[in-house]
Design a protein around this ligand. Structure first.
Ligand code: AMP
Ligand code: ZN
Ligand code: FE
Ligand code: FE
Length: 287
């Protein structure tokens, strides 16, 4: 028997992916995956539709969320994406944090749109037209509006030119402190894993000392195998998981047609998923 193929990080139209939640499971099936985690930004809105697609697609579902957080350092704050797996969606503390982030993401997107509108033919209606109903709004939706307006050719080009943190159109959004978020995830019965810890192209990355602090607070794992990590970074992070007693995961961070990431391009060992399921409050939904 070949081992199951497991991808623990994907996005749907519930945030900034381009597939429906069901479409993510269909894409997983087409790629020969056995298990997929749906981890939309700061929301659980896609869980129900994805769960319904398990029986038809024969792909098992890990319910998750990618939580926007921030580590405050002397040199400014660093954005950290924290994956939470198998947490109770109705936990009040975690839900309130995600609600607050989503609400602030909305006003932030409006402010960024106002700034962009000073120089480009783009309106808030154009951004809304690119955003799924009730979806967590993010820069990718602004990028899509700019593409639709003919300002840039792709999401990538939008990020490289006008949406990156150094651009004059960039506005930050609220995000909880990373240690607080780790505790909130644990309080909700979830399993916290740091997403793409070494993805330097997105901005500053956290130090190994910070990762050790997060591990002491209960962080369960690091996403080691991710396309934003070169071989050297993966080796270093894998060493760190061994040193700190953390799980190592691997994932695609699939966003549909919004990014080059192919679903299943990186995978997680079945032993790591078994640990996650053992620690998580919810079960993996199996066909
Ligand atoms: P935000 O969370 O609104 O600040 O937007 C960041 C999100 O944009 C990340 O989580 C990625 O999913 C996405 N992203 C970052 N860089 C790119 C890129 N070059 N092309 C497409 N999507 C990107
Ligand atoms: Zn995303
Ligand atoms: Fe991320
Ligand atoms: Fe992601």
């Amino acid at each position: 028997m070949t081992p199951p193929r497991i991808d623990l990080h994907t996005h749907s139209r519930a945030s900034d992916g381009t597939d429906s939640p069901r479409g993510v499971l269909e894409a997983a099936a087409a790629a020969g995956l056995d298990v997929v985690a749906l981890t939309d930004h700061d929301t659980t809105a896609g869980w129900a539709e994805a769960a319904e697609a398990v029986a038809v697609t024969r792909v098992a579902l890990v319910r998750g969320t990618e939580i926007s957080t921030r580590v405050r350092t002397e040199g400014g704050s660093i954005s950290v994406h924290l994956l939470s797996y198998l947490h109770a969606p109705d936990d009040e503390v975690l839900r309130a944090e995600c609600d607050r982030t989503r609400t602030d993401r909305l006003s932030r997107a409006r402010r960024m749109t106002d700034l962009l509108a000073e120089d480009f033919p783009v309106t808030w209606d154009d951004v809304v037209a690119q955003t799924g109903d009730g979806a967590t709004v993010g820069r990718p939706h602004l990028a899509d509006a700019l593409v639709a307006a003919g300002v840039v050719g792709s999401r990538d080009e939008a990020f490289a030119t006008v949406l990156h943190p150094g651009a004059r159109y960039y506005v930050p959004h609220y995000a909880p402190d990373t240690v607080d978020a780790v505790r909130a995830v644990l309080g909700a019965g979830g399993v916290p894993v740091m997403a793409h810890p070494g993805a330097g192209a997105r901005g500053r990355t956290v130090s190994e000392a910070t990762i050790a602090d997060l591990a002491a607070a209960g962080l369960a794992g690091l996403e080691v195998d991710h396309r934003d990590h070169d071989a050297e970074t993966r080796d270093r992070l894998r060493g760190l998981t061994a040193e700190l007693g953390l799980l190592a995961t691997g994932s695609s961070d699939y966003h549909g047609t919004g990014k080059l990431n192919r679903i299943g391009e990186n995978t997680t060992a079945p032993e790591a998923l078994a640990q996650i399921e053992e620690r998580g409050r919810l079960d993996v939904i199996r066909p």
